[in-house]
Ligand binder design. Structure first.
Ligand SMILES: [Zn+2]
Length: 241
């Protein structure tokens, strides 16, 4: 099982590796410290900005997160402005992807930036055209579940089509982290969360942490030794609505 490592982890957060809304298929560097120095120096101020951004993101339990968004039919300046707002919020929240539904906007639009050097982009009315048979399990976090990290198995490669904010066709070929983020955000537009795609034991433990205001990551099950999460994906269980 490949363990995830994000390109950036917010300082001061418990847990290794994964970041909210950040996922990765990298493996070797799980234990390396990837905190960006300039962020570490201004951590308290940066974390406060992150907290304020997260306050605008709908959190687990909000029914919009279980709802399917509608196709976008109006393109142009207003939609482009909405995309800009989403990208700014994604940056403030130190995320690498965000779906409109996470802001309570029930329109099929997502933004993503899979890597510090990638340009942020918006994709409207996305469709998954093809996914590879290669599946990879990696840790994922979510801005709507800030203290939860779970293992999620997804295709390593994906091809998506959609539109830009002007309504012009776009096609994306993505691999690794980028493919993972796109699939994660597309799931949001269908009301599917990472909890719907993780093995049952992790789901159960993560739900308990959410109820009790605690933290969960997969190493907690491994440490506990009780049930070293035998992979038992719950895709069939996915609560799509
Ligand atoms: Zn998410």
């Amino acid at each position: 099982m490949a363990r995830g490592l994000p390109w950036r982890r917010p300082p001061g957060l418990r847990g290794h590796a994964a970041n909210v809304e950040s996922e990765s298929v990298a493996d070797e560097s799980r234990h390396q410290d990837e905190t960006e120095p300039e962020i570490a120096e201004e951590a308290p101020e940066r974390l406060e900005r992150r907290r304020l951004a997260l306050a605008e993101v709908r959190q687990f339990g909000d029914p919009v997160l279980k709802s399917r968004a509608s196709e976008v039919t109006d393109f142009g300046a207003e939609l482009a402005g909405e995309a800009e707002r989403m990208i700014a919020l994604m940056h403030e929240a130190m995320g690498i992807g965000l779906a409109a539904t996470q802001l309570g906007v029930m329109r099929r639009m997502l933004v993503f930036q899979a890597g510090p050097d990638a340009a942020p982009r918006a994709l409207v009315n996305p469709e998954l055209e093809w996914v590879s048979g290669d599946l990879v399990t990696a840790e994922e976090g979510c801005l709507s579940l800030p203290d939860v990290i779970v293992d999620v198995e997804r295709p390593l490669h994906a091809r998506l089509s959609g539109l830009d904010t002007e309504g012009r066709p776009m096609r994306l070929e993505a691999s690794g982290l980028e493919a993972r983020v796109l699939q994660h955000e597309l799931d949001h537009l269908d009301g599917v969360l990472i909890l719907d795609r993780t093995p049952r034991k992790q789901r159960r433990a993560a739900m308990r942490a959410l109820r009790e205001g605690g933290h969960f990551d997969p190493s907690m099950l491994e440490r506990g030794g009780e049930e070293a999460a035998e992979a038992e994906p719950e895709a069939a269980d996915a609560q799509r609505s």
